[in-house]
Design a protein around this ligand. Structure first.
Ligand code: DC
Length: 219
C-alpha cells in the first residue's frame, strides 16, 4: 500500500487533532492538522493588522508559505507552532477561514501534502472538499459541554487559567460560525462514519479509528 488517505472532520474540541496525531504515530502515517494552517494565516493577518473580514485585504495569500511538518507549523519558514495556539489567534481563526482566496490556497497546500502517501488529515472540510476520494472518512463529534470541559482540562495542564462558561460560549459561537459559513462549512460527508466521543476516552476513540482503518485495509 503506497497511498491511503484518512479524513477526520469535526467541530472544535472534538479531539480530532490529538486522536489523529496518535493514530498516525501508531500506524506510521503522516498527520496533517489543517486547522494549524488556518491559524497560521490568522497570525500573519493579525500581525499585518488588516481587517480580517475584508476579503480584499488578503492579496498576500498567494505569496505566503505555510508548511505543517512533524507536528510543527512553519509560516514563511518561521516556526509559529506555539503562537498559533494563543487565545487571540483562536478567537479570530474563523474569520480568514471564511475568505475564498484563503481557502483556495489552503486546499492547494493540503492536496499537495496528500501526495506524501499514507496520510491522516484533520479539519472541517477534508472529507467534503479537500479529499472527497479519501479511503476512510470519520466525523468526530461530542457535546459542546464535554468539549468545553476537555478544553478547560487541557488549559489546566498547560498552566493556563480558564473559565468553563466563557469557553463553552466560545465553542458554541465557533460551531455556529464554522457550520453556517458559505464556503466549505463544517458538515459531515455523506460517506463519513460518525463517531460520537461524548462518552468515550481518547484511547477508545484512537482504537476505534485504528479498527476502521484496518477494516478498510482488509487486515
Ligand atoms: O481546528 P482548529 O481550531 O485548529 O481550527 C482553526 C480554525 O480554522 C477554525 O475556526 C476552523 C478553521 N478550519 C477550517 O475552516 N477548515 C479546516 N479544514 C480546518 C480548520
Amino acid at each position: 500500500m503506497n497511498n491511503f488517505v484518512v479524513a477526520i472532520d469535526g467541530p472544535a474540541g472534538s479531539g480530532k487533532s490529538s486522536v489523529s496525531k496518535e493514530v498516525a504515530k501508531r500506524l506510521g502515517f503522516t498527520h496533517i492538522d489543517t486547522g494549524a494552517m488556518y491559524r497560521a494565516v490568522t497570525l500573519y493577518a493579525l500581525r499585518l493588522g488588516i481587517d480580517l473580514d475584508d476579503e480584499n485585504a488578503y492579496s498576500f495569500i498567494n505569496d505566503l508559505s505555510i508548511i505543517y511538518k512533524e507536528g510543527k507549523t512553519f509560516l514563511n519558514g518561521e516556526d509559529v507552532s506555539k503562537e498559533i495556539r494563543s487565545q487571540e489567534v483562536t478567537n479570530h481563526a474563523s474569520q480568514p477561514a471564511r475568505i475564498n482566496a484563503v481557502r483556495d490556497r489552503m486546499v492547494y497546500f493540503q492536496r499537495e501534502s496528500l501526495k506524501i502517501g499514507k496520510v491522516i488529515m484533520d479539519g472541517r472540510d477534508i472529507g467534503t472538499v479537500v479529499a472527497p476520494n479519501a479511503d476512510l472518512k470519520v466525523f468526530l463529534t461530542a457535546s459542546a459541554e464535554v468539549r468545553a470541559e476537555r478544553r478547560c482540562k487541557e488549559n489546566e495542564l498547560k498552566g493556563i487559567e480558564s473559565n468553563y462558561d466563557v469557553i463553552l460560549k466560545e465553542i458554541i459561537e465557533r460551531d455556529r460560525k464554522d457550520s453556517t459559513r458559505k464556503i466549505a462549512p463544517l458538515k459531515q460527508a455523506n460517506d463519513a462514519i460518525l463517531v460520537d466521543t461524548t462518552n468515550l476516552s481518547i484511547e477508545e476513540v484512537i482504537n476505534k479509528i485504528i479498527d476502521l482503518i484496518n477494516e478498510r485495509l482488509g487486515k
